[in-house]
Design a protein around this ligand. Structure first.
Ligand code: FAD
Length: 471
């Protein structure tokens, strides 16, 4: 009886419950990823996916196994693989949100038709139904949710480590099933993809190394550094977590070990765990509210008539709004596929509140350009920023990007890194160059020719926004 490990967003071999269960059965096992171009994630995501699948294939080959990567409409490809390889049992990690829900329903239909067993495993720290308020309802506010999760951490399953491969029985793959699919290969080979991915280390081993390095070297400074985008103060684990190159239970266990080994840093580690709980919260919310992917959590915001995206959105995407901290963030995103959390909040606030654009416009741009684009985190982040989600900053409150820039990038290092054209400006002009537009035009004509110096009129925009809110 052949068994199939179906990978989705769990591209690792360790701490992988389906692999553990399958290998304990002593039955021939094959490993597969299904790439359906119609259901594919954003373009940046796919670039990482291609690299991560290659790493996974190499890791499997070291175990005398192989990775089957099938491309095409999911149901057809899935059915073909099940019948070609005579699969009787499919084991996989259950995923939330679209397109996974649709795909998993299709998998269920195929398995029912072919009389194949389909066994899902959860990846959350705790089953969502076990984390409820005293009244038995799901939480809709982060702080009580996080307190509850902290009180239940001892119940989070321990990571299972490496499976026992000693009795592993491979299934020989047909040659064409071994190749990375042509469309995935094509996107990974584009001119923009190569420099993007070359800045990152991909795969399970890279994820483990990054987590270890962060928890041994940087964690003690996390609380005071995590908001400063010019400092390498956060873990940068989001892409690895998104693709499941490291499991969130392993990361939690490593944090708890670090707390035991470095009691002096316990508070800092606690603050990092709080961020990981935001991630758990986003999955929890999507579990109870699957409609969040395009509907506001606070339903009154679904009635708003948003304007059509215009040239200002294009300027925002290109990092040419004229507000340096916003533009620096958007260029960091474009050049690296990642953006610092503080700046994600600022660019989101700018788009939704200053430019009065629908949060779905921003959500879609992030979805396509972030390497860590993650349906649950992205939806929660955008709705939080726009003021229509759970626990959100009130809709009428705007971030002042100049105040934020002066506070979190006081020396302008981040701005200068991503907007080299502004590098000659002194610190006192770099956060709001429009204040000295005349002087800058005289002294730095090249800069003035390449970067917008118009006054964004923050006070007026704030008033306009408040009027919109009252209306
Ligand atoms: P760290 O500070 O080291 O945090 C560790 C981990 O905790 C992160 O890797 C992430 O998995 C989790 N985490 C941290 N902050 C948050 C948060 N606010 N919400 C949910 N999880 C969090 N994160 C994504 O992974 N994918 C997205 O598509 C995404 N879109 C976002 C959109 C907006 C508008 C905003 C405001 C935030 C978004 N985030 C998203 C959350 C956050 O910005 C990133 O997780 C974080 O910047 C990743 O960097 P890091 O790994 O160094 O974070």
């Amino acid at each position: 009886m052949n068994q199939l490990i179906w990978f989705q967003r769990d591209l690792r071999l360790n701490d992988h419950t389906p692999i553990h269960r399958a290998l304990s059965q002593n039955e021939p096992t094959l490993f597969a990823y299904f790439h359906d171009p119609q259901q594919a994630q954003g373009e940046a995501n796919q670039v990482w996916l291609a690299a991560s699948l290659s790493k996974l294939q190499t890791a499997l080959q070291a175990k005398n196994a192989d990775l089957l990567v099938a491309e095409g409409e999911f149901s057809q490809a899935f059915e073909r693989v099940l019948t070609t390889y005579n699969v009787k049992n499919v084991l996989y990690h259950f995923e939330l949100g679209e397109p996974y829900q649709t795909i998993q329903q299709q998998a269920l239909a195929v398995c029912q038709r072919l009389k194949v067993r389909l066994t899902p495993f959860d990846q959350a720290w705790l089953p969502p139904e076990s984390v409820l308020t005293q009244q038995g309802n799901p939480y809709g506010v982060y702080t009580p949710f996080s307190k509850k999760v902290f009180s239940m951490l001892d119940g989070v399953p321990k990571p299972e480590g490496e499976a026992n491969w000693s009795n592993f029985q491979p299934v020989t793959l047909e040659n064409h099933d071994r190749q990375l699919p042509s469309r995935l290969k094509a996107i990974a080979n584009t001119d923009w993809a190569k420099p993007l991915i070359s800045q990152w280390k991909v795969g399970e081993q890279a994820a483990i190394n990054q987590a270890t390095h962060f928890l041994t070297t940087h964690i003690q400074h996390y609380p005071e550094r995590r908001d400063f985008p010019a400092i390498n103060g956060t873990s940068q684990l989001s892409i690895h977590l998104h693709f499941g190159e490291i499991s969130s239970t392993r990361l939690l266990e490593s944090c708890r070990q670090a707390q035991a080994n470095q009691p002096g840093h316990s508070e800092a580690i606690q603050s990092f765990i709080r961020q990981l709980i935001w991630r758990e919260f986003s999955r929890y919310l999507l579990f109870f509210n699957p409609g969040l992917i395009n509907q506001a959590y606070q339903s009154k915001f679904n009635q708003i008539d948003w304007p059509e995206p215009d040239d200002q959105v294009v300027a925002w995407q290109r990092g040419l709004t004229g507000v340096p901290i916003i533009d620096a963030g958007m260029r960091q995103l474009w050049h690296t596929g990642w953006m610092h959390n503080r700046v994600r909040m600022l660019v989101g606030s700018w788009l939704t509140k200053n430019l009065n654009q629908h949060w779905l416009v921003g959500q879609a741009w992030f979805e396509n350009t972030l390497l860590d684009a993650d349906i649950a985190n992205n939806v929660m982040g955008w709705q939080w920023v726009a003021g229509c989600g759970v626990d959100a900053a009130p809709y009428f409150r705007l971030f002042n990007p100049v105040v934020q820039s002066e506070k979190f990038d006081p020396q302008g290092h981040y701005i200068r890194q991503w907007l080299p054209e502004l590098a000659p400006l002194p610190n006192q002009l770099i956060h709001a160059p429009w204040d000295a537009a005349g002087k800058i035009k005289q002294q730095f004509p090249t800069l003035a020719a390449n970067y917008p110096l118009h006054d964004p009129n923050l006070k007026q925009v704030r008033l306009d926004h408040q009027q919109r809110v009252q209306a």
